[in-house]
Design a protein around this ligand. Structure first.
Ligand SMILES: [Zn+2]
Length: 439
């Protein structure tokens, strides 16, 4: 059995606890802010080792390496590009040393490049691809158990990394996780759940969401993911929102508060659970306690409205692929960038109707290119109509959602308060949630 099969078997039987933050924990334990956290693997290796061991003791079954942004584009900003291979190899070795003698897996952490591709930025698609390949090759050479491609804010970049992982180590599983902002999109404007469906279709072993939002605000996205993505799932929230207290960045959530939400993610059928920025070994210990012995919940994802639209109309030519996401993979350049932000609304005979995400309306001028490529792929002349979608969420709906999230946060904070619990136990009383008001 190779590692990919082993992971599949593991997730069929168990809910898996991953570790929490490495970068923010290094900072809070005094790693100098003048250096990137990835440099800790050679500046303070004993501190990195100690963090892995603390997570292992807390109950983590996957230890992620301190190699998050050890790619050429990021390291060269710090004059460390010539140490790229060393950093990635040492990162895996340190986690491996900590995991020795335990069943824990070593997850090679791969963060985003976060670059704008031409024509909007300076980096070409090929340069970005090569940067992905270079880091992944270095990691693969050190023998991790899986890749953890995390905090990705562009689906396209995540696909480059996935492709690089498959190339470098075809037998190793890849977990790919996107990050989502408060407005419900990735930094580059992708719909997270649509992105995860594409990544699953492209062959990721596990897909998920991590970082950016605290556990309460991530919940609606985890719910949507569980409803619509038929694939093993992961979720790793931050330890609340970052806030500045006395000139330091702190994350204002107790470990128990985070764990209560993570348990809800498990109830929804998520398989791999852990924490991101601001979480600590205490958070992971609280999560491990709540999830002990849990088996994964079986889900029946519906796929949502778009899937039905994809399945309905007959194809214009015999070889027309019936999966829009698979088709998008075959496109190139600007045709692909445009198609990535469209959903297929209808396909009747030779007429294809797409709906473009209004946040990406600037891609619309490339529709001739898209029409030509689709015509070539489908082998039939095509009439392409692109309509502009309505913005997803009104400011009022967003404000309502935030209010609900704050209310839930207030309720969880009170319910998890040790003093309140003691009083409730003492008087055999319970909390009337409707009376709780957020500050
Ligand atoms: Zn994070």
């Amino acid at each position: 059995m190779n590692r990919r099969e082993a992971l599949r078997a593991w997730l069929q039987d168990s809910v898996v606890v991953a570790d929490g933050a490495v970068g923010t924990l290094l900072r809070s334990r005094g790693f100098p802010s003048s250096l990137p956290v990835e440099a800790a693997v050679f500046v303070q290796p004993e501190r990195v080792l100690e963090i892995h061991r603390d997570y292992l003791r807390a109950g983590a079954q996957i230890l992620t390496t301190d190699t998050f942004r050890a790619n050429r584009l990021h390291l060269s900003l710090h004059g460390l590009a010539d140490r790229l291979e060393e950093i990635n190899v040492r990162g895996v070795e340190l986690a491996r040393r900590a995991a020795q003698g335990s069943p824990a897996w070593v997850g090679a952490s791969v963060g985003p490049l976060k670059v704008m591709l031409r024509p909007y930025g300076e980096v070409t698609e090929e340069e970005a691809r090569e940067a992905c390949r270079e880091q992944v090759r270095a990691l693969a050479g050190a023998g991790p158990d899986l890749f953890v491609v995390e905090t990705q804010s562009s689906v396209l970049e995540a696909l480059f990394f996935l492709e690089a992982c498959r190339e470098a180590a075809p037998d190793l599983p890849v977990l790919v996780s996107l990050t989502v902002g408060r407005e419900g999109r990735t930094f580059f404007g992708d719909s997270p759940v649509e992105g995860l469906r594409r990544l699953a279709a492209a062959g990721a072993d596990v897909v998920g969401l991590n970082c950016s939002l605290g556990p309460a605000d991530l919940l609606p996205f985890v719910e949507e993911m569980a409803r619509r993505v038929d694939h093993p799932l992961a979720a790793m929230p931050n330890g609340g929102y970052p806030a500045e207290v006395d000139g330091r960045i702190v994350y204002l959530s107790s470990p128990e508060y985070v764990a209560t939400y993570v348990r809800r993610y498990a109830d929804l059928g998520v398989h791999v659970l852990g924490g991101c920025c601001g979480t600590t070994p205490e958070t992971i210990a609280a999560i491990a306690r709540l999830l002990k012995g849990r088996r994964p919940v079986r889900r029946q994802p519906s796929g949502g409205g778009r899937l039905e639209a994809e399945e309905a109309p007959p194809a214009p030519a015999a070889e027309a692929p019936d999966d829009w996401h698979a088709l998008v993979e075959k496109l190139t350049g600007m045709a692909r960038q445009l198609a990535q932000h469209c959903e297929l609304i209808a396909r009747e005979g030779h007429k294809v109707v797409l709906r473009l995400d209004p946040a990406h309306r600037f891609l619309q001028p490339h529709q001739d290119k898209l029409r030509d490529e689709l015509t070539k792929l489908w082998g039939a002349p095509l009439r392409l109509e692109i309509e502009l979608g309505a913005p997803r969420e009104t400011p009022k709906a967003r404000a309502e959602k935030q209010k609900r999230a704050r209310q839930e946060q207030a309720i969880a904070a009170i319910e998890n308060d040790a003093f309140v619990r003691e009083v409730c136990d003492l008087f055999d009383a319970s909390i009337d949630e409707s009376t709780i008001k957020p500050l």
